[in-house]
Design a protein around this ligand. Structure first.
Ligand SMILES: N[C@@H](CCC(=O)N[C@@H](CS)C(=O)NCC(=O)O)C(=O)O
Length: 223
């Protein structure tokens, strides 16, 4: 389906941009992807997202929308077919609640496990496991958070299915163990096997190299 001049400012290894790509693909919206160099952001990106100066930014016609969760909601409202959020107001509130929980509680704890060492890392890892166990409740009896197909929570949090094993490889510690997080484990597999996800993941070796360098930079600057 033609997107009527949809542009996406992103960066190949940006999980927030990947969410938006999945939302566009779920709707079958054609778009022009614009790759940003985050160490030398383009004047257009700064013009379109003067508040945060980050990717992703979706530009529809001449109108920019920033912040991935808002972009996904915008896409879902602009193009009503293949809904990402449930229509029922209560179900919609619940999807937003769990997406927010993943964003605010699970992802920062996973990031802490990646970017810290020793006792601090241990604390973040316990928190990540605890919060993922809570998130897992939302998967009981379902393949995806959205049910039989991927929905808002899957689109927002699904990238961790690809990133967590990369992080585990780099730090040499398993965060998502099969025994303690069986449903999250299965969800990781189902997400990675989902057609639009499979076709849009960045090359793993390139991602590992980038994340390794990023971690060294973070650890170096906190030493
Ligand atoms: N809350 C934002 C986060 C976006 C974000 O962190 N973008 C990163 C790439 S994943 C970025 O542009 N970083 C460049 C910078 O911080 O200068 C969203 O969900 O869109």
């Amino acid at each position: 389906m033609a997107g009527g001049g949809v542009k996406l400012f992103g960066m190949w290894a940006s999980p927030s941009a990947l969410r938006v790509i999945w939302a566009l693909k779920l709707k079958g919206i054609e778009y022009e992807g614009i790759e940003e160099d985050l160490s030398n952001k383009s004047p257009l990106l700064l013009q379109y997202n003067p508040v945060y100066k980050k990717v992703p930014v979706l530009v529809y016609g001449q109108k920019p929308v920033a912040e991935s969760l808002m972009i996904i909601e915008f896409i879902d409202e602009m193009w009503k077919h293949n809904p990402i959020l449930p229509e029922d107001p209560y179900e919609k509130a619940m999807a937003r609640f769990w997406a927010n929980f993943a964003e605010e509680k699970c992802i920062p704890a996973i990031f802490g496990t990646f970017s810290k060492l020793g006792e601090e890392q241990e604390k973040f890892m316990e928190e990540a496991k605890k919060n993922l166990r809570t998130l897992e409740e939302g998967l009981k009896g379902k393949k995806f958070f959205g049910g039989e197909t991927i929905g808002f929570v899957d689109v927002v949090a699904g990238w961790i299915a690809y990133w967590v094993p990369v992080i585990e490889e780099i730090i040499g510690i398993k965060i998502v163990e099969e025994e303690s997080l069986p449903l999250i484990n299965k969800w990781f597999k189902d997400i990675l096997d989902f057609n639009i996800v499979k076709e849009s993941l960045p090359p793993r070796d390139k991602l590992v190299a980038l994340q390794k360098a990023y971690r060294e930079m973070l650890l170096g600057s906190s030493a």
